[in-house]
Design a protein around this ligand. Structure first.
Ligand code: AMP
Ligand code: MG
Length: 440
């Protein structure tokens, strides 16, 4: 490194240290940071950010436009039972001792169009799902009948219109079958298939660029020299992004050199809707993210949040060329546990909102009984990881065993909930209730 370069770097460091210490007092409460972030999220554009997918590939995608059908559901009056289609007035007095006798004039299996008009004194043998014949208004289930040649004895009076599913009683053609902004689950696939939608318009997947910063980082397949650290964040974040239906754009490891960091951020914002970087947002000598964001013209909205683990957290936006939208930038802490916790707490709901979900994108908290004592220093909102279990219909939270240090990535495995200790609360004894953030 030349002398000139050293000076440039030093100025950089001094500058960012001043910035950070100025901002320490501006450390935001979690709920305030959440409000700022959710407010910054502009959902994908329902007109431009959409694509056609085939029915079977539509699973887990988010519907971008309402689905309507020209079909009524049911398409025709049809039978809900195997039995006999009758005229109610004919059989209203039928009993076991005094059955009504009807002439069976037709047999109507499912899929067949009835040909006969049912006159008084007549019935049609009918099966579940088969179209009701004209003239008939009620179905008598076969258990209440007795076949005698080409006649049937009705042994009990049905209710008027019993076991008839009326045309359009479930859905009337032209109405909204499915609203936009919902996730397409298997039930929606069934509805779409029934409506003969072979293609569906869904939101495109948000693109999320992922950058890892750090001189110490190596890829998992590289030889680990003394002092080096495997870049687990790149993989964890890509998996988290993919799990919620966004498209991860892995951008590799960036060294802690201002020019490299700047170049990488510039590239990331040009290809993605959201950028996640990890590392370099703290007050260390090699933390260049915020400075570079400013130099690239970002608006920085958050620099630090009172959350543990995860205090250094930068949130910024860049205007997106030729659109009303902006690129959302999350500078996550490098510490792997902090990176995951801040993703779950802030990034996951933001991405879900951005994806086009109309509802249910917010974080989900449940009240659970803690099995073990939970402790915190009370200074920041504290998230303790562990497992949420349903026991006899009630949630229980079991703190992960082993050290709860934010340096301990290993006991994060199997986590499906984060217990929350609010600011000021230093202890929740075993057996008491605690709010738990569900993360999967
Ligand atoms: P930083 O936020 O850059 O100060 O990093 C905090 C801690 O997290 C350091 O111990 C880093 O080595 C570690 N770290 C940073 N980035 C990563 C990463 N991508 N994967 C795993 N550990 C990381
Ligand atoms: Mg670092």
């Amino acid at each position: 490194m030349s002398h000139a370069q050293v000076i440039v770097v030093d100025v950089f460091i001094a500058d960012s240290l001043v910035k950070k210490s100025e901002q320490e007092s501006a450390m935001l409460q979690v709920s305030d940071a959440e409000a700022i972030i959710f407010n910054l999220v502009q959902p994908l554009d329902k007109k431009w950010d959409r694509e056609l997918v085939t029915l079977l590939t539509a699973i887990d995608r988010i519907l971008a436009i309402p689905v309507t059908s020209q079909l009524d559901f049911p398409h025709w009056d049809n039978s809900a039972m195997d039995g006999y289609a009758v005229r109610y007035e004919d059989v209203s007095g039928a009993t076991k001792d005094c059955p009504t006798v009807l002439e069976v004039v037709e047999e109507i299996p499912a899929g067949v169009k009835p040909l006969r008009y049912i006159q008084s004194g007549q019935a049609a043998r009918i099966f579940t799902g088969a179209v009701m014949p004209e003239g008939a208004d009620t179905v008598v289930m076969q258990e209440q009948t007795q076949k005698q040649g080409d006649r049937v004895l009705i042994l009990a009076a049905p209710k008027p219109q019993e076991f008839v599913r009326h045309r359009a009683s479930f859905y009337q053609a032209g109405g909204q079958l499915l609203p936009p902004g919902i996730t397409i689950n298997p039930a929606e696939i069934a509805v779409l298939a029934a409506a003969q939608c072979r293609e569906v318009t869904v939101y495109r997947r948000p693109r999320v660029a992922i950058l890892s910063t750090g001189n110490e980082l190596v890829a998992p397949d590289e030889l680990l020299h003394p002092g080096q650290i495997v870049d687990s964040n790149q993989y964890a974040l890509a998996a988290l992004v993919a799990q919620i239906g966004s498209e991860p754009v892995p951008m590799g490891i960036v060294r802690d050199r201002p020019e490299q960091v700047k170049k990488a951020i510039a590239q990331a914002i040009s290809v993605a809707d959201v950028v996640l970087s990890s590392g370099g947002v703290s007050v260390g000598d090699y933390d260049y993210i915020d400075k570079n964001l400013e130099q690239l013209g970002a608006t920085i909205h958050i620099r630090s949040v009172g959350i543990k683990p995860g205090k250094p957290l930068t949130v910024a936006t860049f205007p997106k060329p030729k659109t009303q939208q902006s690129v959302l930038y999350f500078g996550l802490p490098g510490n792997p546990v902090s990176a995951l916790v801040t993703f779950w707490r802030f990034v996951q709901p933001a991405l879900r909102k951005l994806s086009g979900l109309a509802n249910n994108w917010q974080p989900k908290f449940v009240l659970a009984r803690t099995r073990y004592d939970l402790t915190s220093d009370g200074k920041r909102e504290t998230y303790l990881w562990g497992q949420l279990h349903l026991v006899d219909g009630n949630y229980e939270f079991a703190l992960a065993s082993g050290s709860p240090s934010s340096g301990n990535l290993i006991n994060l495995a199997q986590t499906n909930g984060l217990a929350v200790l609010p600011v000021g609360q230093t202890h929740i004894p075993a057996g008491e209730q605690v709010q738990v953030l569900q993360i999967n």
